[in-house]
Design a protein around this ligand. Structure first.
Ligand code: 4AD
Ligand code: MG
Length: 482
C-alpha cells in the first residue's frame, strides 16, 4: 500500500512543522544548482505550489535530471520553515519516486506564458496550467454553490431528459438523434424519411432546454431546478456561444414575474459571494493575469474595475429593472445609435436586441446589471405569459457587464386557451405536446422560471473573455476534438 498522501492546500494553509509527510503531484518548475534542487510541485488542490528542496548529492544527478516540468512525483520528507522568500514552508525531501517522466523536448507546456489559443489546441493538458486549474476549481465551486442555494430553499433537483422529441425554444437549432445507417435512410412511399423505423419510432433530438419537463415537475413539487447539459446547433462563432453548454433552470409554482426576478438576482449574488468566500486565491490569480493581459490593450478596452472589484460591485448594487419599451427609448436616443455606430441600428419598437445593445445598456448607460422585462411577444418563445396589452409577454432577461445576456426567463402562460392560441400562431404542433398541455388542463397554476447559462456565469466570475476557456472541452462549429 502506498503511503497516505497529504494535499498541498492543507500543508500551505496550516503547516505542521517537522512532520514527515508524503506529497504527490506534477512538477511546475525546477531550479538546480550543483548542490541543491528546488522543485515547485502542484497537485491541483490549490493554485499554490509546494517547494521541494532536494540535495543533489543525496539523490544523484541522474534522478534530478529526470525531474522536469510536467513530470509526476511522490516525495517523502519533512516540512520546515522556508529560508527563502515567497513561501512560508517547504519540504526537505528524504525520498523521491518519479511516477512518470515528461520529455522536455516533447512536453508542450513549458514554464512560460502560452497563448489561450495555443492552450485550446492542447485542451487535454491545459488543466495543468495555473490559469485553467484556477478556472476549473471556480467552476466546481459554482456548481456546488448552485446546489447549495436551491437545496437551502427547499427546491428539488430534477434530471430532465437529454434526448427529447421537442424543441422547447422553437428555434430549430437541434442536433438530431438517430441510429439510422446514414448511407441508407429508410424512406416512406412519399419519399420522406421514415422515422417510424428509427430507434424511437419518431424524430428525436438532443435537448435545447430542460424547461418543459421542469414545468411538469414544478406542477407537483412546487419548486424544482434542473442542472444539465443542453445542445444548440446555432452556427454562431462568438465568444459567448457553445454547441454544448450547461444550464441551470429553476421552475417555481406560484411565482409571478417579479418573484422570478427577485430569486434570480438573489441567486446570482449568492453565487458571486460563494466564490469570493471559497476561491479567493484563484480569483486573485485570475485578477493578476487579467491585469497583465490588459497592459497590451488600448486604454479604452481595459476594464475600469479589477476582477474582484467587479464581483463586489454586483453584490453591492441592486440590478436595474426596466421594461423592453424603456430600453428601446434609451437605445434609440443613444449616441452609438444616432452616430450609426451600432451594427444593427435601433429604429422601432419590436426590434430584437443584439449583444451590442445589451452591453451598451449595462456597461455604458446604467453601469450595472440590468433586468429587462416585458418583451414583444414576436421575439420570444411560445410558452411566455401574454400581457394584457396584447403586444408583450412576461419575459425577463438579465444582462451582465462583459457578458450580455446571462439569464433568460419568464412567467409561463398557464391559461389553456391563450397558450393553445399562441402555439397555433407559431405553428407548434399541439398534438405532440399533449403532455405539456395537460398541466394546463389539470390543476394549472401561475408559475415562472428561468435559465442561467453556466459557462457565461463562469466567464463573469473568472473574467475570461472566451467561453471556450471555461469548459474543459468546448464544442463549437468545427471543433469536436478530445
Ligand atoms: O434564453 P435561453 O434560450 O432560455 C431558455 O432556454 C429557457 N428555456 C430558460 C428557462 O426559462 N428555463 O437560454 C438561457 C441562457 C441564456 O441566457 C444564456 O446564458 C445561456 O442560456 N445560453 C448559452 N450559453 C452558451 N452557449 C449558448 N449557445 C447558449 N444559448 C443560451
Ligand atoms: Mg434568451
Amino acid at each position: 500500500m502506498r503511503e497516505l498522501r497529504t494535499k498541498i492546500k492543507g500543508i500551505l494553509s496550516t503547516p505542521s512543522f517537522d512532520k514527515e509527510i508524503t506529497v504527490m503531484g506534477w512538477v511546475r518548475t525546477k531550479r538546480a544548482s550543483k548542490n541543491v534542487a528546488f522543485i515547485a510541485l502542484n497537485d491541483g488542490s490549490t493554485i499554490n505550489n509546494l517547494q521541494i528542496v532536494a540535495d543533489v548529492e543525496v539523490f544523484g544527478d541522474e534522478l534530478i535530471r529526470k525531474i522536469t516540468t510536467g513530470a509526476s512525483l511522490s516525495v517523502h520528507g519533512k516540512i520546515v520553515e522556508s529560508q527563502g522568500a515567497g513561501q512560508a514552508c517547504e519540504l526537505i525531501a528524504s525520498s523521491i519516486e518519479i511516477f512518470g517522466e515528461a520529455d522536455p523536448d516533447k512536453y508542450p507546456l513549458q514554464p512560460k506564458k502560452h497563448s489561450l489559443e495555443f492552450l485550446r489546441e492542447i485542451a487535454h493538458l491545459r488543466p495543468r496550467t495555473n490559469t485553467f486549474s484556477a478556472i476549473m476549481r471556480v467552476r466546481h465551486a459554482l456548481a456546488f454553490a448552485v446546489h447549495q442555494f436551491f437545496n437551502d430553499k427547499g427546491f428539488s433537483y430534477i434530471n430532465t431528459p437529454i434526448i427529447t422529441a421537442s424543441d422547447a425554444e422553437g428555434a430549430g437549432e437541434t442536433f438530431k438523434v438517430t441510429n439510422f445507417e446514414l448511407e441508407n435512410i429508410p424512406k416512406t412511399e412519399e419519399g420522406k424519411i421514415d422515422f417510424k423505423q428509427d430507434f424511437f419510432e419518431k424524430e428525436a433530438n438532443l435537448t435545447v432546454s430542460g424547461q418543459l419537463e421542469g414545468e411538469l415537475a414544478a406542477m407537483a413539487l412546487s419548486e424544482i431546478y434542473t442542472f444539465g447539459p443542453t445542445f444548440r446547433a446555432e452556427n454562431s462563432n462568438t465568444t459567448r456561444h457553445l454547441a454544448e453548454f450547461w444550464m441551470i433552470e429553476p421552475e417555481m409554482a406560484f411565482y409571478d414575474l417579479k418573484d422570478n426576478m427577485d430569486i434570480a438576482e438573489e441567486m446570482l449574488k449568492y453565487l458571486v459571494q460563494y466564490t469570493l468566500d471559497h476561491c479567493l486565491d484563484d480569483l486573485l490569480f485570475l485578477e493578476k493575469r487579467e491585469k497583465e493581459d490588459e497592459k497590451n490593450k488600448p486604454q479604452n478596452e481595459r476594464s475600469e474595475l479589477s476582477l474582484t472589484e467587479r464581483l463586489q460591485f454586483v453584490l453591492d448594487n441592486e440590478f436595474e429593472r426596466i421594461t423592453y419599451t424603456e430600453a428601446i427609448q434609451i437605445l434609440k436616443n443613444s449616441k452609438p445609435n444616432k452616430k450609426k455606430k451600432f451594427s444593427y441600428l435601433i429604429e422601432e419598437w419590436g426590434a430584437d436586441l443584439q449583444s451590442e445593445h445589451e452591453r451598451f445598456l449595462v456597461e455604458k448607460h446604467f453601469k450595472k446589471p440590468v433586468i429587462l422585462y416585458n418583451y414583444p411577444k414576436e421575439i420570444k418563445a411560445f410558452y411566455m405569459r401574454q400581457n394584457d396589452d396584447d403586444k408583450t409577454v412576461g419575459a425577463m432577461d438579465i444582462l451582465f457587464p462583459g457578458i450580455g445576456e446571462i439569464i433568460g426567463g419568464s412567467q409561463r402562460e398557464e391559461r389553456m386557451a391563450k397558450l393553445a392560441e399562441r402555439m397555433s400562431e407559431m405553428n407548434i404542433p399541439a398534438d405532440d405536446m399533449w403532455w405539456y398541455l395537460d398541466t394546463r388542463r389539470f390543476g394549472a397554476v401561475p408559475h415562472s422560471g428561468f435559465g442561467l447559462g453556466f459557462e457565461r456565469m463562469i466567464q463573469f466570475v473568472t473574467g475570461m473573455g472566451n467561453i471556450r476557456d471555461v469548459i474543459p472541452f468546448p464544442r463549437t462549429p468545427g471543433n469536436c476534438e478530445f
